[in-house]
Design a protein around this ligand. Structure first.
Ligand SMILES: [Zn+2]
Ligand SMILES: [Zn+2]
Length: 261
């Protein structure tokens, strides 16, 4: 039986407050056995860690950090509480962090500074980075190189760049994670990129509640839907869903140090 990982979602957000037990039950029913719950700001990171501690039963893991949209909230540095949480055993990654020059919700120089601090934190606590990039691949790769992110590794989540950008991240020891957009009909080029990269460096995610995959578009996304992303990846590469899920399970275990079982 294939088993799946959702390598990135925001289960602690209020969108899931009304029915979280049902959402988790549907994930279990779809064999989504491991889920990374990601924080985007100080409060959201605390919520993610609390959710993992209270509902985890070994299937849930947390990532803590400040999203590039929220960089302006960390003008005087990453909050001390986030740095402390990053050392918790339930926290298996630092993020999400990165650069978003599409929305520019925070000034670019602030985004670069706060992103750089996350790389330093990840190296310090020896955990991988969860990196968000939108319209800023050259700049993000430059920060990762300059700050020696190859020492901690990580994942570029919800990848939307081109083959050269993915290859450059992989050269730095990073993984590439695909989300719902891999299933969208117009994204043939993204599927070509996904087919050309080494399978042992790929992950799949939902980024729930956002980015529902093709048959569920327009509705709230949730971890059980990650199977549609796996299916799109397997089809793009001409491999079975079983092989795809087996390799990606091992990839996620390696990156987040979850243990193979
Ligand atoms: Zn993101
Ligand atoms: Zn996210």
């Amino acid at each position: 039986m294939p088993r799946f990982v959702d390598s990135h979602c925001h289960l602690a957000m209020e969108e899931f407050a009304p029915d979280l037990p049902e959402v988790l039950a549907r994930a279990a029913g779809a064999e989504v056995e491991r889920i990374l719950v990601v924080g985007s700001d100080e409060e959201g990171s605390a919520d993610a860690l609390e959710l993992v501690r209270s509902k985890g039963d070994g299937r849930l893991f947390a990532a803590v950090g400040i999203h590039p949209h929220e960089s302006s909230s960390a003008l005087s540095g990453i909050p001390g509480s986030v740095k402390r949480m990053a050392r918790s055993p339930e926290v298996t990654a630092v993020g999400e962090t990165g650069l978003d020059f599409f929305y520019d919700h925070s000034p670019r120089d602030v985004q670069v500074r706060v992103f750089s601090e996350h790389v330093a934190l990840a190296r310090e606590v020896k955990k991988p980075l969860v990196v968000h990039v939108r319209d800023a691949y050259p700049e993000a790769l430059e920060v990762l190189k300059r700050e020696r992110a190859d020492e901690c590794g990580g994942v570029i989540h919800c990848f939307s760049g081109n083959l050269e950008e993915a290859a450059a991240a992989i050269d730095l020891g990073f993984f590439i994670s695909f989300a719902g957009p891999l299933t969208f009909p117009r994204n043939a080029a993204l599927r070509e990129t996904a087919a050309a990269l080494p399978l042992e460096r790929l992950l799949c995610e939902t980024d729930a509640p956002y980015l529902s995959p093709q048959p569920r578009r327009g509705r709230r996304n949730e971890p059980s839907h990650v199977t549609f992303v796996y299916r799109a990846l397997a089809d793009a590469r001409g491999i079975s869903l079983e092989e795809c899920s087996r390799v990606l399970w091992s990839n996620a275990s390696r990156l987040f140090r979850w243990g193979a079982e």
